[in-house]
Write a protein that binds this ligand. Structure first.
Ligand SMILES: [Zn+2]
Length: 462
């Protein structure tokens, strides 16, 4: 299998090379430059069209920085300007120099501007930031997109450097210098500038921009706005909800710029949790439901008790700033596997299943289960079960049957720290009477909610 796979890979590699050289068309791979190789397709492309010259008869000097007059000349030739030397409005551009005609026409077309002091600085090095202005105007680029570079300050003003860089990245002229950066203050070299001009002229050379994902965060509240800019004064473009993942591309104060679902924009970090950070999003799973009533005794159906107490837990937890995801809020049947995977599918970080017990009529008390194993999840599950149980039996004024290991499916096949709570025995008249009363249902709910809060506080303090 391995050898076959390698052959396939090799074949693919060769095919890509063949097709890409066909795709960029009519590249004869010949320049007189000893410092340009056949893989420098953009330089060859521009040379063959007479848009660029070497720094000597046999050298192109690809690593040398581009001066502002060289840049203006290359762009001018690419756009078909008449480059006949002429007098310009700049005192520091010689009328008889090779670049004067291109500079003058570029100024006339609004592609370049001089300095505020009226000079052009023809021999100064061009930065990547200046290049963005030049190219966005030269190719008349209007479209912007959700492109984001971590080292370019956000300024959505039409004439900002941010907007110019966004336009050329959106068009496929640049994909940055790596790691989510654009490096606006870096000098452009002659090889890169040739690549940028070639990409502006010919779609075959263009690159696909992808925002660099720095990290993934999780939304910890419902109805969280995704905004056009980093602040509540910016318009909302949509909302995200508890458990949603956010692919983070960059930071702006207490805001992140990133993508969640089909929304890309700014989201307040106050409502996002980092990977590994305690999110305080818990699943409350009311056991049974629909055609599965669970235990039935003393006029009570377990599925109803479970749902009633779960709703009370939900209300109490929200008052504590803990987000709750309910597996059901009505009398419906849900499979055990759907319950077990529900939390991880929806971005939660703990799971608590609510049940009531059945046995002989003399047996009473509460107990909480976790699934024992050697991993961290199991250790966390035991803590979660213990924090809940330590409060529950006291609140219910009945026997403490303890924290126990059991391989119930909703907790042992659950990827999250998980506990299964047995509130009391419906088959015991005293327990049943309590679970029928609002007072004890509130007390049970408060005990479970407080236990969950204890767990998160413990988890966060570690
Ligand atoms: Zn049950």
């Amino acid at each position: 299998m391995k050898n076959v796979f390698h052959k396939v890979l090799l074949f693919l590699t060769v095919s890509v090379l063949v097709f890409s050289s066909l795709g960029t068309a009519q590249v004869s791979a010949s320049t007189p430059f000893t410092d340009v190789s056949s893989s420098d397709k953009e330089i060859i492309y521009l040379y063959e069209r007479g848009f660029i010259n070497g720094t000597s008869k046999t050298t192109y000097s690809p690593a040398a920085p581009v001066t502002r007059e060289q840049a203006a000349t290359m762009i001018g030739r690419a756009l078909g300007y008449d480059g006949a030397p002429t007098k310009t409005s700049f005192p520091d551009v010689k009328a008889n120099g090779y670049s004067s005609g291109y500079i003058q026409e570029a100024v006339k077309n609004g592609i370049i501007t001089g300095d505020s002091d009226g000079t052009f600085r023809p021999l100064d090095t061009m930065t990547r930031g200046e290049m963005a202005f030049l190219l966005s105007r030269a190719f008349n680029l209007l479209k912007t997109s959700s492109v984001y570079f971590t080292d370019v300050k956000v300024n959505t003003n039409a004439n900002s450097q941010y907007t110019a860089i966004n336009k050329i990245a959106t068009f496929g002229i640049t994909n940055g210098t790596g790691g989510g950066k654009y490096s606006p203050n870096l000098a452009v070299n002659r090889k890169d500038f040739a690549a940028f001009v070639a990409r502006g002229l010919n779609p075959d050379f263009r690159v696909v921009f992808q925002n660099a994902k720095i990290e993934e965060m999780t939304v910890t509240t419902n109805d969280l706005n995704v905004r056009k800019g980093p602040g509540t004064n910016h318009a909302s473009i949509g909302k995200v909800h508890t458990g949603a993942k956010v692919e983070v591309y960059g930071y702006n104060g207490t805001w992140v710029y990133g993508k969640s679902g089909n929304l890309t924009g700014y989201i307040s970090m106050d409502y996002l949790a980092k990977a590994g950070e305690v999110k305080r999003i818990v699943v409350i799973d009311p056991g049974h439901g629909g055609n599965d009533p669970g235990a039935v005794a003393n006029g009570l159906q377990e599925k109803d008790v479970n749902l009633d107490v779960s709703k009370r837990i939900n209300t109490l937890l929200q008052g504590k700033g803990i987000s709750v995801l309910m597996t059901r809020t009505t009398d419906v049947f849900i499979s055990l596997d759907d319950r077990a995977s529900f939390g991880v599918r929806n971005g939660a970080d703990a799971f608590v299943s609510i049940h009531a017990n059945a046995a002989g009529s003399s047996v009473s008390g509460s107990e909480t289960f976790y699934s024992a194993s050697t991993d961290q999840r199991s250790a966390d599950s035991k803590q979660l079960a213990t924090f809940i149980q330590n409060r529950l039996y006291k609140a219910m004024d009945h026997p403490n049957r303890g924290v126990k290991d059991a391989q119930f499916r909703v907790i042992n096949s659950n990827p999250l720290p998980a506990a299964l709570v047995e509130l009391g025995f419906l088959t015991n008249s005293s327990d049943a009477q309590k679970l029928a009363s609002n007072t004890y249902k509130d007390r049970a709910a408060k005990a479970v909610a407080d236990g969950i809060e204890d767990y998160y506080n413990w988890k966060q303090s570690r």
